[in-house]
Design a protein around this ligand. Sequence first.
Ligand SMILES: C[S@@+](CC[C@H](N)C(=O)[O-])C[C@H]1O[C@@H](n2cnc3c(N)ncnc32)[C@H](O)[C@@H]1O
Length: 166
Amino acid sequence: MKRDGGRRVPGGNTRGRGSGGMKGNSMVVVEPHRHEGVFIAKGKEDALVTKNMVPGESVYNEKRIDVQNEDGTMVEYRVWNPFCCKLAAATLGGLDEIWIKPGARVLYLGAASGTTVSYVSDIVGPTGVVYALEFSHRSGRDLVNMAKKRTNVIPLIQDPRHPAKY
Ligand SMILES: C[S@@+](CC[C@H](N)C(=O)[O-])C[C@H]1O[C@@H](n2cnc3c(N)ncnc32)[C@H](O)[C@@H]1O
């Protein structure tokens, strides 16, 4: 039995090649983290996860976990590796407040290709929005492509020193 949002649910498996710490198709329980919109997947090894805004899609081949709700619907989570992302490390490390939660409007400066932005997108969810600003056109191309599938991400390829332009 697995749990989503604190509830026990039957079934779940892991996919992908990401190094987030979930191994094989081990039994997984998903519980809410202290910070709303973030979850902990408890299996053989615990992993920080977010609810995937775009089920079936990974952003950089990260590991995904499917969990079945009590009503039979499936929820997909993405493993958020604290060794690859400072925001994940800070969240796991006990930061009191991350100011990013479902429904929030976030201005993300230095979005690069959008790896961390994609997790912020998961956390704020469909009622939130992420304005993702990146200076580099090369990284910006990947960011724009990522945002095509994530309707709550608005990519801005601009210099942050000139806010009047965006
Ligand atoms: C280390 S990367 C950010 C990685 C990203 N936060 C993540 O976790 O996925 C820093 C990014 O900031 C961008 N950057 C640096 N100076 C900038 C500036 N003045 N305006 C906008 N972006 C800038 C760089 O182009 C680079 O893509």
